[in-house]
Design a protein around this ligand. Structure first.
Ligand code: ZN
Length: 98
């Protein structure tokens, strides 16, 4: 009878309600063509293979207006612990841009 009253359910309602208000049905899907993840100049010089979220210059690229959704998805594809631990932050950035 009261199975829908748990706090988890409430949080999910808030999330889906937000999406329904802004973007769900009326917006056409957008294709973001794949690209490499962003790297700061220093990491590029060090020839690092991955966007390094622990590097403060790379991290600031996350919030850079020039960083594209494609690049954020490239970071998400680096399925390493640093990405996994910061996935909410990255998703939030995708939401901010789109
Ligand atoms: Zn860096």
């Amino acid at each position: 009878m009261s199975s829908q009253m748990c706090t988890n359910g409430k949080a999910m309602d808030e999330i889906s309600g937000d999406g329904a208000n802004s973007a769900t049905l009326s917006v056409k899907p957008v294709v973001h063509s794949p690209t490499d993840g962003p790297l700061c100049a220093e990491c590029r010089q060090l020839d690092k293979p991955f966007f390094d979220i622990k590097c403060s210059d790379c991290e600031s690229l996350l919030y850079d207006e020039a960083t594209t959704v494609s690049e954020l998805f490239a970071i998400l594809r680096q399925w390493i612990p640093q990405t996994q631990q910061n996935i909410l932050m990255i998703i939030e950035q995708v939401r901010t841009i789109t």
